[in-house]
Design a protein around this ligand. Structure first.
Ligand SMILES: Nc1ncnc2c1ncn2[C@@H]1O[C@H](COP(=O)(O)OP(=O)(O)OP(=O)(O)O)[C@@H](O)[C@H]1O
Length: 281
């Protein structure tokens, strides 16, 4: 697949499509032919009980796990055979359920690494993938001087300026998740996959986070959100997919999902009220 000429890749790779993904471990079916679409400019939700297969699907989409069957397309291009870093170069960014930060580095340094990695990719692409920067004597991939202002801007965007110089491992989990988000944004993604990004956040932090998600979608990003905070999901998502035992149970607007009897019974718990309450099984 040819690499896009420009970065960010928003115009080129605008939509994520998942077609009939199956994952089996021996006789155990983890995903049984899951299909979904994540359009640009929207937050799409993927919800389901513990063990439904949400993280497994993220692992397939991002190339960490090869599916037993099915395919993933980004901007119409099949991603089969591409490694996670190659998918990232095409504009796919992800945060993890378990924090994956460089704990001994500061918040700024964590984000700076990602900014500089993207700059390196961009230079390498401009040079047609050559490994040496002709005329500069510097190997492609050598650390450029810049990036700090961009990293600081991303940190400001996620609301972490006050802790930019703190070590990442000194932060509470809720703030650590925002560092991961800033780092994901550093690659200027067209598609952003968020795995339980609000867990560990307090109410105020989640409200700010919801506003940020809406802003990112308004900028044109395609966002796929796995999240157990139903208030957040119902608030920011325009479309929801409900996964249960590795199969899509329901897809639709938050209102449709909220009122679907299968969802209420099997996942959210039919409490008899209008409030959807997640009931882990
Ligand atoms: N490497 C593996 N080998 C075997 N089974 C696995 C493996 N990884 C995950 N599973 C199983 O696959 C199923 C789906 O797990 P997954 O983590 O994708 O669910 P999830 O919907 O993300 O759950 P949660 O909401 O708890 O994060 C679970 O039953 C899990 O035990």
């Amino acid at each position: 697949m040819p690499a896009p000429e420009t970065s960010p890749a928003l115009e080129v790779l605008s939509v994520l499509e998942v077609d009939g993904i199956t994952v089996r471990y021996g006789a155990h079916v983890i995903l049984g032919g899951v299909s979904l679409a994540v359009p640009a400019g929207r937050v799409t939700g993927l919800i389901g009980p513990n063990g439904a297969g949400k993280t497994t699907l993220f692992n397939v989409i991002t190339g960490l796990l090869t599916p037993t069957g099915g395919g993933v397309r980004l901007g119409g291009h099949q991603l089969a055979g591409l490694a996670p870093h190659e998918r990232a170069r095409l504009g796919m960014a992800r945060t993890f359920q378990q924090l994956e930060l460089f704990g001994q580095l500061t918040v700024l340094e964590n984000v700076l690494i990602a900014v500089r990695m993207r700059e390196r990719w961009t230079r390498s692409r401009r040079r047609g993938g050559r490994h040496n920067a002709a005329g500069t004597g510097r190997p492609a991939g050598a650390r450029p001087a810049g990036g700090r202002a961009e990293a600081a801007g991303l940190i400001a965007r996620v609301g972490l300026t006050a802790v930019a110089d703190e070590r990442a491992d000194s932060l509470p989990t809720g703030l650590g998740r925002l560092v991961e988000l800033a780092r994901a944004l550093a690659i200027r993604p067209s598609v952003l996959l968020l795995d339980e990004p609000a867990s560990g956040q307090d109410g105020q932090e989640t409200a700010r986070f919801a506003a940020l998600l809406r802003e990112l979608a308004a900028d044109g990003m395609a966002i796929l959100l796995v999240e157990h905070d139903m208030d957040l999901v119902m608030d920011v998502c325009e479309h929801l997919y409900v996964l249960d035992f590795g199969e899509l149970m329901v897809a639709g607007s938050p209102a449709q999902v909220r009122s679907d009897p299968r969802v209420r019974t099997a996942y959210l718990g039919d409490t008899g009220s209008d409030q959807l309450v997640r009931e882990p099984r």
